[in-house]
Design a protein around this ligand. Structure first.
Ligand SMILES: [Zn+2]
Length: 69
């Protein structure tokens, strides 16, 4: 009987930790990311994913190289 109680307690703690982690991740998601247009094709990409070349932003390395040979 003790074993079942212990197992339930462990599962409950595990579930609480999982829920807390999930809500912490959910809090991070709605952060608005600054979008930058690609100077070659005009596609908008998040600032942290954009490739910067000569003060211009590009969606991929291919487009950055096409504009700056
Ligand atoms: Zn592009």
């Amino acid at each position: 009987m003790k074993f079942i109680f212990l197992l339930t307690a462990i599962l409950l703690i595990w579930w609480i930790l999982k829920t807390l982690n999930r809500s912490r991740l959910a809090d991070r998601k709605p952060r608005i990311r600054n979008m930058l247009p690609c100077a070659h094709c005009g596609l908008h990409i998040p600032e942290d994913e954009a490739i910067m070349r000569h003060g211009k932003s590009y969606c991929c390395r291919k487009h950055a190289e096409k504009d700056n040979p």
